[in-house]
Design a protein around this ligand. Structure first.
Ligand code: NAP
Length: 422
């Protein structure tokens, strides 16, 4: 029997699906001991700190993650950062394979004037703020304005616009960070624009997200009917299935505008951001449109225009991704998820993607190294293992039960470590 050791850096969906694929490739000749290493004290990656809290069904995939983690050959090392104290090279030396699964956490920049003003931020900061990510608890979001603008036409922009435009009482039964619920309740924002630089036929949303908008009880959703009719013409006689489904959903909204709520989201198409205006804080956005420049007065701008991977020392990067061929960085090092392919696809996309990379990994295997593992490299006393995480999980769920929420997330690292029993 060959005993292989695999380190997975990053405890998000792609990492768990890689662990699952390794588990499935065990047979009477080989087993895999998997060590998953995570810089936060908590696992689950975007399922905890990215997925919108009003989409609880999407988080049920965490049950799959926990089933994978329950395998006796799986160990979690959370609250451990790789690339500083423990190097990637040291992991490569010890493990038969290292899988990088660290995602794309940095928001892309527009590269226009005014982008760095107070009140202009990326969804890469805003979403973890409302999702109780410890490193984003102090992000300052100015809600003392009546109008906000979200730039981008993908599902992240859709999450952000919904979070800004729904009635905050709708967040009470969710696991939104307490500080964010309070801020949303005190917010003066009543009008939120979502701006797309191209026509509606090019929008990157998926239609289920559009179809749920009319169900928002306290929010008007405005889409200009002529924008969609023009997009339908431009899309031609045989638009792709997804484009047609999106346009149908948008036309339905456009034909049935709600106007009786005091909160409104409005979609703007063919609006290319040119400049963010303001002296010491955001005061507006200038767009270039087919009808000339348009100015929108607002006090908050959130860009949701894609992500790039944050670098880890010892891993090669290019164009915001880890340099790789089909997930192989070099024999012994692999990459999965958004760090591999860029920020595309839904959570489930990672299942087949990680499985394909793991097949390469297994094909590359040599006889086991038997060179030890991360436990010989760790000096910190503050590692959260699977049982520590289960204690955090149980405490958060119990705190949520009392309030009719799935959980109340702890925000500070110290608080999380205390709950883990450290
Ligand atoms: P995305 O789907 O790639 O959308 C990015 C948007 O940003 C596009 O509309 C793009 O427009 C726009 N954009 C890019 N550069 C721009 C610029 N310089 N100026 C103006 N607009 C610009 O990315 P995402 O929304 O970050 O989502 C990432 C992935 O996560 C997607 O696969 C998404 O479906 C998935 N996701 C899924 C869910 C869900 O299932 N509910 C939720 C969140 C995220 P162009 O098309 O013109 O480039």
């Amino acid at each position: 029997m060959l005993h292989y050791k695999v380190a997975i850096i990053g405890a998000g969906p792609a990492g768990y699906f890689a662990a699952q694929a390794l588990h499935n490739l065990q047979n009477e000749e080989r087993v895999f001991a998997i060590d998953m290493i995570e810089q936060l004290p908590t696992p689950w990656g975007l399922v905890r700190s990215g997925v919108a809290p009003d989409h609880p069904k999407m988080k049920t995939v965490s049950k799959v993650f926990e089933k994978i983690a329950a395998d006796p050959n799986f160990r979690l090392f959370a609250n451990v950062e790789i690339g500083t104290e423990i190097t990637v090279a040291a992991l490569v030396e010890k493990y038969d394979a290292v899988v990088v699964a660290t995602g794309s956490t940095l928001g892309k920049k527009l590269g226009i004037p005014g982008e760095d003003l107070y009140g202009s931020m990326s969804a890469a900061d805003f979403a973890p703020w409302y999702n109780a990510h410890p490193d984003f608890a102090d992000v300052k979001v100015p809600f003392d304005c009546d109008t906000a603008v979200v730039i981008g036409a993908g599902n992240v922009a859709m999450d952000v616009v919904r979070m800004l435009a729904l009635d905050p009482s709708e967040l009470d039964p969710t696991d939104t960070a307490d500080h964010a619920i309070t801020a949303f309740k005190n917010s003066a924002v009543r009008k939120v624009y979502l701006s797309a630089r191209r026509g509606a036929e090019h929008a990157a949303f998926t239609s289920p997200e559009l179809r749920e908008l009319p169900k928002l009880q306290h929010t008007n959703v405005i889409i200009e009917r002529s924008d969609i009719e023009a997009a339908i013409v431009r899309a031609g006689q045989t638009p792709g299935k997804d484009v047609k489904s999106n346009l149908d959903a948008m036309l339905l909204i456009a034909k049935n505008p709600k106007i009786d709520n005091d909160r409104t989201m409005e979609f703007l198409f063919q609006h290319t951001p040119k400049e963010i205006l303001g002296a010491d804080r955001v005061e507006g956005v200038v767009y270039s449109t087919p009808n000339g420049d348009v100015r929108i007065k607002c006090g908050l701008v959130i860009t949701a225009i894609g992500y790039q991977a944050a670098s880890i020392n010892g891993v090669p990067y290019e164009n915001g991704k880890v340099v790789n061929v089909d997930g192989r960085v070099h024999a012994g090092m692999y990459v999965v998820g958004w760090a591999k392919r860029g920020p595309t696809g839904v959570i489930g996309t990672n299942k087949s993607d990680s499985a394909a990379v793991v097949e390469l990994l297994v094909a590359d295997l040599k006889p086991p190294k038997n060179a030890g593992d991360i436990s010989q490299l760790i000096t910190s006393q503050q590692v959260v293992d699977q049982s520590g995480w289960l204690r955090i999980d149980a405490a958060e769920v119990a705190a949520g039960e009392a309030k009719g929420k799935p959980r109340v997330k702890s925000i500070k690292r110290a608080e999380l470590l205390k709950k883990a029993g450290i």
